[in-house]
Write a protein that binds this ligand. Structure first.
Ligand code: ZN
Length: 156
């Protein structure tokens, strides 16, 4: 089977119906089949859809951003933090290297800060309202780079 580029619009809501993200009003997203760019539970559906088709897709946490891993939540003393003013929701890189994981502050006390390295959407069942806008064959160059070129993809 050849590999395709699938372009789609999406609106993401959590299980309370709150909108978390949407491509409405901007460019649709394009991805290369099987490249791991799209969460597995969503890609499975998109692969079977035709241009113009709309679908509401419920993706359980384990097929989205995974369950919350307790080992990725850690408490550190405030003195070890790079910033003086720290509040819930702040984000830090857990190291100097630009690829270090980003951690979120989820709790602050007078002496300690609790950091969570789980994906923000870990443990959440997600609903995607998707509309596939285009499906085409991937080019040889895209296949060798492992990502999409042009609208919705890389420009280089
Ligand atoms: Zn490329």
């Amino acid at each position: 089977m050849s590999t395709r580029v699938i372009t789609f619009h999406y609106t993401l809501t959590d299980n309370t119906g709150k909108q978390l993200d949407s491509s409405a009003g901007s460019n649709p997203l394009a991805f290369l089949e099987g490249s791991g760019q799209i969460i597995p539970g969503l890609e499975t559906h998109l692969k079977t859809m035709k241009p113009g088709e709309k679908r509401k897709v419920l993706v359980p946490a384990k097929e989205a951003y995974g369950e919350v891993n307790a080992a990725d939540i850690m408490e550190v003393s405030r003195e070890k933090m790079p910033a003086k003013q720290i509040k819930i929701g702040d984000r830090f890189r857990a190291g100097n290297d630009g690829h270090a994981p980003v951690v979120r502050v989820i709790k602050v006390t007078d002496t300690h800060v609790t950091l969570d390295a789980n994906h923000e959407l870990a443990g959440q069942d997600l609903t995607f309202d998707v509309e596939v806008t285009a499906v085409r064959e991937a080019t040889a160059e895209e296949l060798s780079h492992g990502h999409v070129h042009g609208p919705g993809g890389h420009h280089h």
